[in-house]
Ligand binder design. Sequence first.
Ligand code: APR
Ligand code: ZN
Length: 244
Amino acid sequence: MIQRNESSKPPIVVLTGAGISKESGLDTFRDEDGIWAKVNIDDVATPGGFRRNPTVVYEFYNMRRSGLNDPGVAPNAAHLALARLEQEWPGEVLIVTQNIDDLHERAGSTRLIHMHGELLKARCQSCEAIRVWTERLTAEDACPACGQSGQLRPHIVWFGEMPLAMDEIYEALGECGLFVSIGTSGSVYPAAGFVSHVRGRDTTHTVELNLEPSQGASRFTEKLYGPASELVPAFVERVLTRGW
Ligand code: APR
Ligand code: ZN
């Protein structure tokens, strides 16, 4: 449960997507060199794919999980700037990330919701326990909670499944004074619809920080384009020194 604190400044909600991790060496999904150009979504990111051939799915996430341990993969200036915003903004800052990597945590962010799950966790399909899992995951592994084998799956939200913590996310969207979307193409709902959820409230400013206009660009009050590692630190400095 995200703890609430009383404060004088309006809350900020930040949505992040794969683009914020690109300069940390992690692939996006829909860029030309993206993940979906190399593997078939149906095979690795749907419940049907997991039923048909679980080994392919385990190996897809094992490869991505081991990629997180690559010494070249580290939080970039954008992740660090968001951690600074949380520490220095005299109001609440919540990051809602579509990303399954741990770069926000490693940058120091603590008020964070992984709405599509986490690469470094496994979930038991028998007892629903969720556990940190940093090594290879296979069908043979036993659940640390109930001991059953063959029941563990990556703790990832696949297409057709309900993203996590949606009630908490919509509550935060309903109260925020600033909504910032960073590094996402705006292709996948419900995240792509968050900006519409806050739009129309004259008390909320909406900003898109991306390499190029997303599918939802027209719905944002303000749009800044360029690499996240340049845009985000400058935007955070602006918010902290003179608001939005
Ligand atoms: N700085 C800022 N933005 C960038 C950068 C960068 N250095 N590099 C790429 N981008 C932008 C791209 O222009 C693109 O708009 O990041 C966006 C990445 O879009 P996607 O690859 O579609 O990733 P994302 O929006 O996070 O996908 C959403 O789709 O496949 C599912 O579950 C998966 O969470 C993912 C969801
Ligand atoms: Zn179990």
